[in-house]
Ligand binder design. Structure first.
Ligand SMILES: Cc1cc2nc3c(=O)[nH]c(=O)nc-3n(C[C@H](O)[C@H](O)[C@H](O)COP(=O)(O)O)c2cc1C
Length: 188
């Protein structure tokens, strides 16, 4: 059976790269279910990610497509891996502080401890270096998230520095490493 990756896309300029990521993960044989924040939809359309993932995109925690279940809990239970890419400074702050006010942060909070959780930040270099962002990332790593480090690059804002989303190859490599060794060893 295909393993399910919950891919959470947030409102970064690099959100368009989530299309390639979704496509690559699908080609590698994973079932990809995309979750988007409202702000992510300003950068890439749900239709694009729906078409590439061949699954409905989850946008609204209050939308219950199946009335017999609670969607965010069911989604969390289906996850073999949770990947936030790109992750904004905002979502990093929310996840680190247990805020659950949209579909991404609510599903994240409902994940079992054993589910591998990856976070790939993408933001301006000063936002990334900000002690608050670094503190939030430290908290996430302490509770089991793995950070996929951003790259140094000339950023969309014109600044040069660390903050560019890791390459799709780097992200898929980390996913493959985790999912080829985990063999869904935890009880769902
Ligand atoms: C053009 C533009 C590009 C942005 N790029 C980023 C980014 O790469 N990383 C980031 O953390 N925030 C970025 N932001 C700011 C976020 O979109 C903003 O903090 C938003 O509240 C994040 O919402 P979300 O985390 O719910 O998706 C950008 C905003 C704009 C207008």
């Amino acid at each position: 059976m295909k393993k399910t990756i919950l891919l959470a896309v947030t409102g970064s300029i690099s959100a368009y790269k989530a299309a390639d990521l979704t496509s690559q993960l699908g080609k590698l044989g994973f079932n990809v279910e995309v979750l988007m924040t409202k702000n992510a939809t300003a950068f890439i359309t749900p239709l694009t990610l729906q078409s590439l993932s061949k699954n409905q995109v989850h946008l609204d925690v209050m939308k219950e497509p199946d009335v017999t279940v609670i969607n965010h809990i069911e989604l969390a239970k289906r996850a073999d891996l949770f990947l936030v890419a790109p992750a904004t400074a905002n979502i990093i702050g929310k996840l680190a502080n247990g805020i659950a006010d949209d579909v991404v942060s609510t599903v994240a909070l409902a994940l079992k401890t054993e589910v591998p959780k990856l976070i790939a930040p993408a933001m301006n270099t000063y936002m990334y270096q900000n002690p608050i962002t670094q503190r939030n990332l430290k908290i996430l790593k302490e509770v089991g998230y793995t950070e996929i480090d951003p790259r140094e690059a000339l950023l969309a804002c014109g600044d040069f520095g660390r903050g560019a989303l890791a390459t799709i190859e780097e992200i898929t490599k980390v996913v493959l490493n985790i999912l080829s060794t985990s063999e869904a060893s935890y009880e769902k």
